[in-house]
Design a protein around this ligand. Structure first.
Ligand SMILES: Cc1ncc(COP(=O)(O)O)c(C=O)c1O
Length: 481
C-alpha cells in the first residue's frame, strides 16, 4: 500500500515550469524524477492517476502513460496493486549515482569537513568521562557550562543574554522543529524566505503551516515591500529568516533590513525565528557580524518576539549535532516542556566536546574562513572560465553560490550532471511556492579539486540542459539552419 497519495493539483504545483523542448513525456518524466531524487516527493507516495494528471496538465493520457512508463523503467516508480504508481524508496537506478557512491561528487549537502582539531577534543572529553557519566544523561536544557559559553558569546557580541535563555538542542534542525511545535498551530501562516533552507520549510509544512513567501535575491537581498505586505496582511505566527549568509543565496541583511523585519513582525504579533546557523561563516564581509536583535534600541516588546537559533554544525562539524535556541525567559519553559515528546535531550559527550570547541572558537572560525575562501575562490574562478554566461553572485561567506542560469533548466541540468557522477539539488528544492528553475545552488564547502571537477561536469552537461530550455521553435530552427 502507498503511504500517501499526491493529488494531481499538488503534483502540478510541485512540477512548476517543467515544459521544455524535450518531447512532453520525457520532460514530464524528468521533472517527476527530479522531484523524487530531491525527496520533494517522499518514497511510498502514490502519484495521481494518469487520467487525472493528463486532464490537469491538458495533455493526452498517452503522454502521461508514456511518462509513467519511463519512470517505471528507470526504477523511480513501481506499480502497486490497489495504489497505482508509487514512488520507490531506492531504485536500482542503473546510471544514476546515489549520495555516498564512490567516484561521486556529492554537493547536495553544503557542509564543510570537520574542523581538523575535532578528534582531539573528543579524546579530551572522553578522558574526563568519569566526571559526567554519573549524571542522568536526560538533559532537556543543556549543560550549564555550555549554555554559559553560548550566552556569554551573545553578550560579548552586544546582545545581553542570560544562560537561562539558552536551550541546547541536537543541532539547529531540532531547534527549528521544537520552536515550530510550540509556536505554530495547524493552519497558521508562516512567513518564509524563498529560496530557503528546505528542511526548515519541510518542518513547517509537517506542522500544517501555510507558507507565505518573501523573495530573497543573491545580489539585492530581501524584498522588503513584499515582507511588509506579508507580515501585515497574512498575520503569520512565525517568520523564519536567515539574516546572515542566507542559505542558499548567501545574502546578508543590512541593519535596516533586520530592524524592519524585527519591528514589523513584533507589530504583527509574529515571532521572528532567526536562524544563525551560517552566521559565523564569514570570509571577507566588509562589516562585522552582529547577532539578530542587537541594536534595536532593546525595545523589550521587539526583543521578546525574537527567537534565535545557532549550531556548531557548519563551524565545527555536522556530525557533532549541537545547536541551541536563544529565547525570551517566558518562552523557555514552554520549549522545554514540549521537548520530551520529540526527544529526551542532548547527548553528554557531544556537549562536553562543544564546551571545548567554544574555548577554541576564534581559532576554529579562522580555519573555516580559510577553507571557505579557498572553496569560494576556486568555484568562482572555475565558473567564470567554463560557464561565463552564468550569473555568479558575490558571496562574502556562507556555504554556497546561488548561480543564475539564465534559463529555466535547473532540474534538467541537475539530472544531466547526476548521470555523470555529480549530485546537486535543483533550484526548485529551495523554493516555497515552486519556481527557482533559473537557479542552481553550488556549495563551495567541498575540497577545491572536487569543485573544479564539478564545474567541468556542469560545463559538459550544460549544452544539453540549455537546449532543453529553449522555446521549441528556436530549437527546431537551430536544427534546420
Ligand atoms: C540554515 C540552516 N539551518 C539549519 C541547519 C541544520 O543544522 P544542524 O546540522 O545543526 O541541524 C542547516 C544545515 O544545513 C542550515 O543550513
Amino acid at each position: 500500500m502507498a503511504d500517501s497519495r499526491l493529488s494531481s493539483r499538488a503534483l502540478v504545483q510541485l512540477l512548476g515550469e517543467w515544459r521544455d523542448s524535450a518531447p512532453a513525456y520525457r520532460g514530464l518524466a524528468d521533472a517527476v524524477r527530479m522531484l523524487c531524487l530531491d525527496r520533494r516527493i517522499a518514497p511510498g507516495t502514490a502519484l495521481p492517476a494518469e487520467r487525472d494528471l493528463a486532464a490537469r496538465l491538458e495533455l493526452s493520457r498517452t503522454t502521461v502513460a508514456a511518462a509513467y512508463r519511463d519512470l517505471r523503467e528507470s526504477g523511480h516508480i513501481a506499480s502497486l496493486r490497489g495504489s497505482g504508481s508509487v514512488v520507490r524508496a531506492v531504485g536500482p537506478i542503473a546510471d544514476v549515482p546515489e549520495p555516498g557512491d564512490e567516484d561521486t561528487i556529492d554537493l547536495h549537502r553544503a557542509s564543510p569537513a570537520a574542523w581538523p582539531g575535532l578528534s582531539a577534543l573528543f579524546v579530551e572529553a572522553a578522558s574526563d568521562a568519569a566526571r559526567w557519566v554519573g549524571r542522568s544523561g536526560y538533559d532537556l536544557v543543556g549543560a550549564v557550562k555550555l549554555r554559559t559559553a553560548i550566552a556569554d558569546r551573545y553578550t560579548a557580541r552586544g546582545l545581553p543574554t542570560d544562560p537561562d535563555q539558552i536551550i541546547v538542542t541536537t543541532g539547529a534542525q531540532s531547534a527549528i522543529s521544537l520552536v515550530t511545535d510550540v509556536i505554530v498551530r495547524r493552519g497558521d501562516r508562516v512567513a518564509i524566505e524563498t529560496p530557503t533552507y528546505p528542511h526548515a520549510a519541510d518542518a513547517l509544512r509537517e506542522a500544517d503551516a501555510r507558507l507565505v513567501a518573501i523573495p530573497v535575491d543573491a545580489e539585492y537581498g530581501w524584498d522588503l515591500e513584499r515582507a511588509d505586505h506579508v507580515l501585515r496582511r497574512a498575520a503569520p505566527s512565525l517568520a523564519y529568516l536567515m539574516p546572515d549568509f542566507q542559505n542558499p543565496t548567501g545574502a546578508t541583511m543590512s541593519e535596516h533590513t533586520r530592524r524592519t523585519f524585527a519591528e514589523s513582525a513584533a507589530d504583527a504579533g509574529a515571532i521572528v525565528l532567526a536562524d544563525e546557523t551560517t552566521a559565523d561563516l564569514n570570509i571577507d564581509r566588509p562589516f562585522e557580524s552582529l547577532p539578530f536583535g542587537f541594536g534595536f534600541g532593546l525595545d523589550p516588546a521587539v526583543q521578546r518576539s525574537i527567537v534565535t537559533i545557532g549550531s556548531l554544525g557548519k563551524t565545527v562539524w555536522g556530525g557533532l549535532r549541537i545547536g541551541w535556541i536563544r529565547a525570551d525567559l517566558d518562552l523557555v519553559p514552554r520549549l522545554i516542556a514540549a521537548r520530551p515528546r520529540r526527544e529526551l535531550g542532548t547527548p553528554e559527550l557531544e556537549q562536553q566536546v562543544a564546551i571545548l570547541a567554544f574555548e577554541r572558537l576564534p581559532e576554529i572560525l579562522l580555519q573555516r574562513a580559510q577553507l571557505l575562501r579557498e572553496g569560494r575562490d576556486t568555484l568562482v574562478r572555475a565558473l567564470s572560465e567554463r560557464l561565463p554566461e552564468w550569473t555568479v553572485p558575490t558571496a562574502h561567506g556562507g556555504v554556497s553560490l546561488w548561480v543564475g542560469l539564465g534559463a529555466p533548466v535547473s532540474s534538467p541540468l541537475a539530472l544531466a550532471v547526476r548521470s555523470r557522477g555529480l549530485i546537486l539539488s535543483s533550484g526548485p528544492r529551495f523554493g516555497v511556492d515552486g519556481g527557482h528553475e533559473r537557479h542552481l545552488r553550488v556549495p563551495f564547502t567541498a575540497p577545491p579539486a572536487e569543485l573544479t571537477r564539478a564545474v567541468e561536469i556542469l560545463a559538459e552537461a550544460w549544452p544539453e540542459a540549455r537546449d532543453r530550455g529553449r522555446p521549441v521553435t528556436e530549437t527546431v530552427l537551430a536544427a534546420v539552419v
